[in-house]
Write a new protein. Structure first.
Ligand code: PLP
Length: 399
C-alpha cells in the first residue's frame, strides 16, 4: 500500500506555479530568464490598502481569532461591492471570506459535490479546477473549445455533455488561461439552460475588472436572477488590486451553502489573517481608480503581445478580451525541427523555449488543451518585448 493516500497522491503540482518556480530558479542561477508564467500583476498594492494593513498590525483586536467566515465589516463591504460592481444584491450572511480565490474554489466543490457527481468543465480551463473537482469525488466532464469560437463553449455543447449525474457547471469569464469573455447574451443563454435543467453554476469572476475594448463583463446571476438559489460566485482581491500575496478571496451563495462551507472552513483554516482582511476591506470599499490605471497598462501590453505573437510564423493568437493572458496556438510548430530537436508536444516546445530562448511560458497541457502556450502579460513593457522577441527568433528557425 502506498504511503501517501490515493486521493492526495493523485494531485499533481500546479503547472503554472512549477513553471514560475523553474524560471525563478534559473534566474537565481544567473540566467537572464524572462517569465511569462505567473498570473500576477507586477504593480505594487495601492498605498491606501497597505496603510490600512499597517494600522491593523498595531490594533490589538486584530491579534486575536475572529469569526471563521470573515470580519463582519468585510462581509458587509463585499456584499456592497457586489451590488456596486455586478448589480447583484446579496446579504453579508451570503459571503464567506477565504484564503484567496483558490480556497473559495476548493470549498465550493467540497460543499456541492458528492462522489460520482459530474461537473461540466469548459476547456481551456484554469489548472486548479480539475483537482478541486476530483478531491471530493467529483468527475470533471471536459467540454472543449478552441480558437475557432474564441475559446467559448456553446449551450449546444454543454447540452451534449449533460447527463443525469451533472450537478455543476464551472464558468469562468474573463477566462484564465485564454482571456476570453462570454458576451452578455451567451452568459444569459447558458444561465437559462442551467436553471432549466437544475444545474448549479460556480462562476469564477476574479478577473471581472480586467476587461478591454468593447468587451463587457456581466455576472450570470444578474442576467438570470432565477439562478441565484443555485449559483456560487467566486472572487477575490488578488488580480484587481495587485494583492496576490495577501490571500483574500470570497465565495457568495445561498445561505445554506455558505453556512455549510463556513463550517468546513471553521475546521480547515479558521479566519483569514485579520491584517489581510483589513487590507481587503480598504480595497473593496475604496475607489476603482488604481484598477483603471493598471487596466490601461495591461491593455497596452495586451495589444503589443498579440501583435508580436501574431507575427511569428506558425503561431496564431486570437485577441484576448480580458484578464492578463494570451493563449496562442503553436500547433503548426509541433513536429518541426528547431536547433536539432523536434518537439512533438507543447510541453516539449515550452521546455525548448525555456532552454534555448530563456523564456518561460506555460504549455497548454496544463489547461486541458495541448498545442497552446499561455503567456501572462502582467510584466513590464520592456521585458515583454524582449521576451517575446527572443522566443520569436527561436521559433523562426523551425523547419
Ligand atoms: N480563479 C482564477 C481563474 C485564477 O486565475 C486565480 C489565480 O490565478 C484564482 C481564481 C485564485 O486567485 P487567488 O487564490 O490568488 O485569490
Amino acid at each position: 500500500k502506498s504511503r501517501v493516500s490515493a486521493r492526495i497522491g493523485g494531485i499533481s503540482e500546479s503547472a503554472t506555479l512549477a513553471v514560475d518556480a523553474k524560471a525563478k530558479a534559473l534566474k537565481a542561477a544567473g540566467r537572464p530568464v524572462i517569465g511569462f508564467g505567473a498570473g500576477e500583476p507586477d504593480f505594487p498594492t495601492p498605498q491606501a490598502i497597505v496603510d490600512a494593513a499597517i494600522a491593523a498590525c498595531s490594533d490589538p483586536k486584530n491579534h486575536r481569532y475572529s469569526p471563521a467566515a470573515g470580519l463582519p465589516e468585510l462581509r458587509e463591504a463585499i456584499a456592497t461591492k457586489t451590488r456596486r460592481d455586478s448589480d447583484y444584491t446579496v446579504q453579508a450572511s451570503q459571503v464567506l471570506v477565504t484564503n484567496g480565490g483558490k480556497q473559495a474554489v476548493y470549498q465550493a466543490f467540497q460543499t456541492l459535490i458528492d462522489p460520482g457527481d459530474e461537473v461540466l468543465l469548459p476547456a481551456p480551463y484554469w489548472t486548479t479546477y480539475p483537482e478541486a473537482i476530483t478531491l471530493p469525488g467529483g468527475v470533471p466532464v471536459v467540454v472543449s473549445a478552441d480558437e475557432s469560437t474564441g475559446y467559448l463553449v456553446s449551450v449546444e455543447q454543454l447540452e451534449a455533455a449533460r447527463t443525469p449525474r451533472t450537478k455543476v457547471l464551472l464558468f469562468n469569464s474573463p477566462s484564465n488561461p485564454t482571456g476570453a469573455i462570454y458576451p452578455p447574451e451567451q452568459v444569459e443563454a447558458i444561465g437559462r439552460w442551467a436553471v432549466e435543467h437544475g444545474i448549479w453554476v460556480v462562476t469564477d469572476e476574479i478577473y471581472e475588472h480586467l476587461v478591454y475594448g468593447d468587451a463587457r463583463h456581466v455576472s450570470m446571476p444578474t442576467v438570470v436572477p432565477e439562478l441565484a438559489d443555485t449559483c456560487v460566485v467566486l472572487n477575490g482581491v488578488a488580480k484587481t488590486y495587485a494583492m496576490t500575496g495577501w490571500r483574500v478571496g470570497w465565495m457568495i451563495g445561498p445561505s445554506d451553502v455558505i453556512k455549510a462551507a463556513s463550517n468546513l472552513q471553521s475546521h480547515l483554516s479558521s479566519n483569514v489573517a485579520n491584517v489581510s482582511q483589513r487590507a481587503a476591506l480598504e480595497a473593496v470599499s475604496g475607489s476603482l481608480d488604481a484598477v483603471a490605471e493598471m487596466r490601461s497598462a495591461f491593455d497596452r501590453r495586451r495589444r503589443k503581445m498579440v501583435e508580436l505573437l501574431s507575427a511569428i510564423p506558425g503561431v496564431s493568437c486570437p485577441e484576448p478580451q480580458g484578464a492578463f493572458y494570451a493563449y496562442p496556438s503553436v500547433k503548426s510548430l509541433l513536429g518541426k525541427e528547431i536547433r536539432g530537436l523536434r518537439p512533438q508536444t507543447s510541453v516539449e516546445l515550452a521546455a525548448l523555449v525555456l532552454e534555448q530562448a530563456e523564456v518561460a511560458v506555460v504549455p497548454g497541457e496544463a489547461f486541458g488543451t495541448p498545442g497552446y502556450f499561455r503567456l501572462s502579460y502582467a510584466l513590464g513593457d520592456e521585458d515583454l518585448v524582449t521576451g517575446v522577441t527572443r522566443m520569436a527568433e527561436l521559433l523562426a528557425e523551425a523547419k
